[in-house]
Structure formats: C-alpha cells, structure tokens
Design a protein around this ligand. Structure first.
Ligand SMILES: Nc1ncnc2c1ncn2[C@@H]1O[C@H](COP(=O)(O)OP(=O)(O)O)[C@@H](O)[C@H]1O
Ligand SMILES: [Mg+2]
Length: 248
C-alpha cells in the first residue's frame, strides 16, 4: 500500500504559502493549520508611483527576513520564523496588536500597564543592540510570551546605533500620541519604564534630536486644524515636544 507519512506543520505552511504564487496573493494572510494560527507575509506589490515613493518592496522584504534571522538568534522579543521561501515568511500568531488593545481596554490601570510593557519591550530590544526603524503599538502584539515586535521592513544595520534607537523612541512616542489617544496620558510613565531597561543615553539623544527639530512645530501649526488622517499626526507634534523637552 502507498504509505505517506503525515506532513509536518512546516511543510503544510510551505505548501500553503507557495500554492498562491500563480494568483495575486494577499500581502498579509492569516491562516489556520491544525488549530494553530499563522501569518504569511509576502513582498508588497507596488505600481511605479508607489515604488518611487516607498522604495523597492523586494529589498524591504529581504530586510525583514534578515531581521527575523538576526533577532531570533539573539532571542529578541520577536516571533520565531516558522517557515520561509523566496517570496514568503511565516510567523506564528502573536495575538492582538497593542494599538487595538490600547483602544479597547476599559481599565485605566490595565491600559497603563499595556503601554508600559510595550515601552519596556522596546527598551529590551534596544538593549540587545537592535533598532526597529519605525516602531509603533500597531507593530507590537501581546503574545502568550509577552509583548513582541513585528514589521521589520525598515530594519537596517546602520540604524543599530544609539542614534537609531533614540529615533525609534521618538517615533514610538509619536505614534502613541497620534494614534492611541486613550494611552497618551501614560507616556511619561512609559518613557520612565523604557529608561529602566534601555541602554543609557538613548533618552538624552532623543531629547537632543527633539530640540534640534523644534522648528517643525511651526510647520505643524496650521495643519492642526485639519481633521483625521495626517491632521492627527501634525497635531501630535506639540505633545511630542512637550514630552521630550519636558515642557508640561
Ligand atoms: N504574527 C502575527 N501575529 C498577529 N498579528 C499579526 C502578525 N503578523 C501581522 N499581524 C497583523 O497584521 C498587521 C500588518 O502586519 P505588518 O507586518 O505590520 O505589515 P505591514 O508592513 O503591512 O504594516 C499587524 O499590524 C498585525 O495587526
Ligand atoms: Mg505594520
């Protein structure tokens, strides 16, 4: 009789990821295999205009793959790659993202703790020498093993420096102010939690960067009256400077 051994989860993931190549596959896909959830991520398909704006999506995909290899080897707070191929990587499900949780969590105490834990995670990640490139609660998830970071398409070795980490801290705070209004009141405490575990000096570098960038506030002013989308981001600028320049 023709006996075929049961295929492993990894083989099944690979088949699933590769079976899409003929069609236009989704960039991010949530799949379930044997009661386990996984996420398949593929290179972004961009038209010429977006390629010019956002850069080569293939290079971004390779940056992310390299990031996972290096960060898994360093046991950084990121999910472990489950499978990979030329055009895909597969990650385990890491739970809900922090932006969502900060939005739906009703308890102030729990919301504060979520933000502090995400800041500590960024601090530990920096402590290992890495820098994310554009960290945001949207790219952090609350997994069974704690908060993990995702989305490394902007990962670059040249940013794995105190300066790159300082910029990460500013961008993280900016994203909280702009997109997680229910959590921004806890940012001061979150920065303190970050500083307890992060390399020393990052906060001071972030402050320097903000004092040099203060002029950006003037550009942001008229736009503060705009509604939604980018308006929200422009409006975040004064709060960001208040936080880093300790004006409030
Ligand atoms: N392994 C995962 N576990 C849970 N959610 C995930 C996972 N991978 C991606 N996601 C969800 O998909 C979203 C987009 O994935 P991400 O890697 O950030 O791609 P993009 O480059 O499009 O931002 C994330 O913000 C998160 O909500
Ligand atoms: Mg993302």
């Amino acid at each position: 009789m023709d006996y075929r051994p049961p295929i492993s989860v990894e083989e099944e993931l690979r088949m699933l990821a590769e079976s899409h190549t003929a069609k236009a596959p989704p960039r991010i896909e949530r799949v379930e295999i044997k009661d386990c959830v996984f996420w398949i991520k593929r290179p972004e398909r961009l038209n010429l205009r977006y390629r010019l704006q956002k850069g080569d999506p293939r290079a971004a995909f390779e940056r992310e793959r390299m990031a996972f290899h290096e960060m898994n080897a360093a046991r950084a707070p990121v999910p472990e790659l489950c499978a990979e191929g030329e055009d895909f990587i597969v990650l385990p499900d890491c739970g809900k993202d922090l932006r969502y949780l900060l939005h739906v969590e009703e308890s102030d105490t729990a919301r504060r703790e979520l933000l502090l834990e995400s800041a500590r995670t960024l601090g530990r990640f920096h402590g290992l020498g890495f820098s994310h490139g554009r960290p945001s609660p949207k790219d952090m998830c609350l997994s069974d093993s704690g908060v993990v970071m995702l989305d490394f398409e902007r990962y670059r070795h040249k940013n794995n420096t105190p300066k790159g980490q300082a910029r990460d801290l500013v961008v993280f705070a900016f994203n909280v102010i702009a997109h997680s209004p229910r959590a921004k009141g806890f940012l001061k405490d979150a920065v303190a939690a970050y500083r307890e575990v992060a390399p020393s000096g990052t906060w001071e570098l972030a402050q320097d960067w903000c004092s040099k960038m203060r002029w950006a506030e003037w550009f942001a002013k008229p736009a503060q009256w705009r509604k939604g989308g980018h308006g929200r981001e422009f409006k975040a600028v004064p709060d960001l400077f208040d936080l880093f320049l300790q004006r409030a």
